[in-house]
Write a protein that binds this ligand. Structure first.
Ligand SMILES: [Mn+2]
Length: 349
């Protein structure tokens, strides 16, 4: 495994040097954040990121994400221009040394929670999703002013409703068709550039706010991988996104897709499944519902050689900042993942 850490560029309050100080840290996961979705990233912006990352002693090999423009997901006529731009972005980041690109195909909203600063009994704060509160935070039919870091803040409330209405008339099958159209055009470019595309599962892994979601479970990942059946068309195994549904056997999926050589990136996070939703917890198995050791062992035993990063962390030790993306708890997560991997590697090799 290659240990990595997400960093939001110059705007991130966490200095790259602090990330370098995490033992075993190798690679930064980042993106060009100041270009609207669908447009081409300037070469200077990519080169600037690469220079900063490498100056800190880290490698620049993973992008998360190149966002997929809504017109592509909606299958509008304008999609061809956005797909051409997407291909150009793949070429440009590949030229700069990127080997893996994470992206998702979730309509309108990226990851969704009902609260970003839920206080746990130990005083740390975390991201939670409670079913009974989901309608309260629905920006489509309430006055909720909740916005999450993954959501496109460029939409006004009205635009958001207009785009969502287009999806609400769309079947899941139509969304699959639009995903197929996209993959058939971008994957050949990824192959040509030697880049692995790694789709991220929908988070949470079910339909929200009446919008279709299709990258949610083993059956659908199987279907996804067959659309363009080459190694470069792979997945980001996000344990927290899949693990928030008890129907998903994350250990089994880690083993299966690693053995197929289709997991290019792993997001390691623990969640506690509750009767009314889930809470993000510390990475340690004992803190949540997922057996993190078993997932790491499944990856190890099936030849996983991709990038891995600690996913969302809690806010601890008084840290404030971007929900899920503080330094301290993610650094503890990285140390824990290192420990699991070293023990598994030494004991089972
Ligand atoms: Mn994730």
């Amino acid at each position: 495994m290659k240990l990595s850490f997400r960093w939001y560029g110059r705007e991130d309050s966490i200095p790259l040097q602090y990330i370098t100080q995490i033992p075993g840290m190798q690679t930064i996961v980042t993106a060009v954040y100041d270009v609207p979705a669908g447009e081409v990233w300037p070469r200077e912006s990519i080169a600037g990121l690469k220079a900063m990352v490498e100056a800190a002693g880290l490698s620049f090999e993973v992008i998360e994400s190149i966002p997929v423009h809504e017109d592509i997901k909606l299958g509008l006529d304008s999609r061809d221009r956005y797909i051409a731009n997407y291909c150009e972005n793949i070429r440009r980041v590949a030229e700069a040394g990127i080997r893996c690109i994470c992206y998702n195909f979730m309509p309108v909203f990226d990851w969704t929670r009902t609260e970003t600063e839920h206080v746990l009994p130990d005083g740390s704060t975390t991201l939670v999703y409670y079913e009974d509160e989901a309608s309260r935070v629905n920006p489509l039919d309430s006055d909720s002013d909740l916005t999450l870091p993954g959501w496109d803040a460029s939409y006004s409330r009205e635009e958001l409703r207009r785009v969502a209405a287009q999806y609400q008339q769309m079947s899941e099958e139509k969304l699959w068709e639009n995903l197929t159209y996209f993959l058939e055009r971008i994957i050949p470019v990824a192959v040509e550039c030697g880049v692995n595309m790694a789709i991220h599962e929908d988070d949470p892994c079910w339909s929200i706010f009446g919008l279709p979601r299709i990258i949610t479970c083993e059956e659908k990942l199987d279907r996804f991988l067959k659309i363009v059946d080459v190694p470069n068309n792979g997945i980001t195994l996000c344990t927290g996104s899949l693990g928030c549904s008890a129907r998903n056997d994350v250990v089994r999926m880690a083993a299966k897709y690693a053995a197929m050589g289709r997991i290019h990136f792993a997001h390691m996070r623990n969640v506690a499944l509750l009767s009314n939703g889930f809470e993000e917890r510390a990475h340690l198995s004992a803190c949540g519902s997922l057996d993190m050791y078993a997932i790491m062992k499944a990856l190890h035993d099936n030849g996983f050689n991709g990038y891995i990063r600690p996913d969302h962390g809690r806010m601890i030790w008084g840290e404030t900042g971007r929900p899920g993306y503080g330094l301290y708890d993610r650094a503890l997560g990285a140390a824990y993942l290192n420990g699991l991997w070293e023990a598994i590697s030494k004991f089972f090799n």
